[in-house]
Design a protein around this ligand. Structure first.
Ligand code: AMP
Ligand code: GLY
Length: 420
């Protein structure tokens, strides 16, 4: 069977790499891919949001399953388009993708179906939003409603910062249409964990939990990023916690979507906080997490193609996910200046110097004159598995100095005992 992975990041490299391991997969195509996916299969020069061209490629190359990585094509309705043409595709419909593409939609669903989350309210009127901020104690969290590539959340320590965020999102429209509506929430306190689940709309299978690191610098300092590293599994998140989330959050959310007439198929990502009042949802995403996927999929022992085909066919009740007991750690190598402006096109060396057992998932890489060069802010995730998090972490960090590009920076504390 041939598969097509849509997207160009580390998550998509990991998906393509895992699917390729299936004995049933004879070819992998990635659109548009990066220099890493180029070694797994065939990159197609089609943008991840060019839905008609992707569908034409799926027909041309006789693709048996298309797997959608990023949220933008899902929110644009790629799944509805493919299904309309009879092309098998893994991911939620446009309507179901609102769980990520509208925070107000997700919040309203959680409130109506009793799914634990932060208290809050949504506004499309700036004056009403300002009144609400003034009536609430700080700190508050201000969230732009729409997709904002990780820039749509402000954790405001004071009312002034909260009011400034409202002005930025709603009046100055710094995030465009995404800030037309905002959700204002109480600020929760606790440890964060990502729990992803695969679902065919009825059966819900929790995947292995993972933690990611959103801030740019060590000790959670500096600006927010798309993620600077991750590890799986966190020992503080027990099997009991996973069961609690399955019963109180994942199952009810999938059931709610069915009741609402928008059955949910694909992967549902729950961003969770373990508060003193129990586990609460910070956000839902309608896709695999990045960089969580790069540390979760290496631990999956079940054939990913079988899991995804069963999802599309609605037979996930016959599937069991098996996980390696090993731990996996992934550290992001980022371009100098990231998450701010950064150079691209810089040559990368050292891939050939890595120890066996180190897997690199490319993100912002491309090829120039046959050489691998940087092409984005997050350049790659370097991962290793081992019997313990400490050993996996030691393996990754001992290999990192061997990879070089001008301005490369990374966090030194991913999966460190002090940060987990
Ligand atoms: P989100 O995109 O909703 O996951 O938000 C990004 C980050 O903002 C999360 O990973 C949390 O660290 C933080 N965050 C979101 N909502 C809240 C909340 N209600 N209380 C505290 N922190 C939050
Ligand atoms: N790691 C966070 C995300 O994928 O949204």
């Amino acid at each position: 069977m041939k598969v097509l992975v849509v997207g160009s990041g580390g998550r998509e490299h990991a998906l393509a790499w895992k699917l390729k391991q299936s004995p049933k997969v004879s070819g992998v195509f990635i659109a548009p891919g990066n220099a890493g996916t180029d070694t797994v299969g065939t990159n197609l020069p089609i943008a991840a949001t060019d839905v008609p061209a992707l569908a034409a490629a799926a027909q041309q190359y006789r693709i048996s399953l298309t797997v959608v990585g990023p949220e933008a094509p899902l929110a644009a309705g790629i799944v509805d388009h493919f299904e309309g043409m009879g092309l098998p595709v893994f991911g939620p419909s446009k309507a179901a993708s609102q769980l990520e593409s509208s925070k107000a939609f997700a919040k309203s669903l959680m409130r109506r179906y009793g799914i634990p989350c932060a208290l809050g309210a949504s506004f499309d009127c700036h004056a009403a939003a300002m009144d609400f901020v003034k009536s609430q104690p700080a700190p508050l969290v201000i969230k732009a409603d729409g997709l904002a590539a990780g820039k749509g959340v402000v954790v405001a320590g004071t009312k002034e910062v909260a009011l400034q965020a409202l002005d930025d999102f709603m009046v100055r429209r710094t995030l465009g249409e995404a800030g037309k509506t905002v959700t204002i929430e109480e600020c929760l306190d606790g440890r964060e964990v990502s729990l992803l689940a695969i679902t065919d709309g009825t059966t819900v299978l929790a995947m292995a939990p993972a933690c990611d690191y959103k801030r740019a610098y060590d000790c959670d300092q500096g600006p927010n990023t798309g993620g600077m590293g991750s590890y799986s599994p966190p020992d503080f998140f027990t099997a009991g916690n996973i069961e609690e989330v399955r019963q109180a959050i994942l199952e009810p959310a999938i059931q709610a979507m069915r009741f609402e007439g928008m059955p949910y198929k694909g992967v549902l990502y729950a961003g969770l906080m373990l508060t003193v009042d129990g586990i609460k949802v910070l956000e839902f995403n309608v896709r695999f997490g990045d960089p969580e996927t790069q540390v979760i999929l290496p631990r999956l022992e079940t054939d990913l193609l079988d899991v995804m085909l069963a999802t599309v066919e609605g037979s996930l009740d016959r599937v069991d996910l098996k996980w390696s007991r090993d731990s996996c750690v992934g550290v992001v190598l980022a371009s100098g200046g990231y998450p701010g402006s950064h150079k691209t096109g810089l040559p990368i060396s050292g891939f050939d110097k890595l120890n066996d057992g180190i897997t690199v998932f490319h993100a912002g890489t491309g090829k120039q004159d046959g050489n691998i060069v940087t092409s984005g802010g997050r350049v790659m995730v370097v991962t290793a598995m081992a019997g313990s998090l400490d050993d996996a972490r030691a393996r990754v960090y001992s290999n990192l100095p061997r990879i070089n590009f001008d301005g490369c920076h990374y966090r030194r504390d991913i999966a460190a005992p002090s940060s987990r």
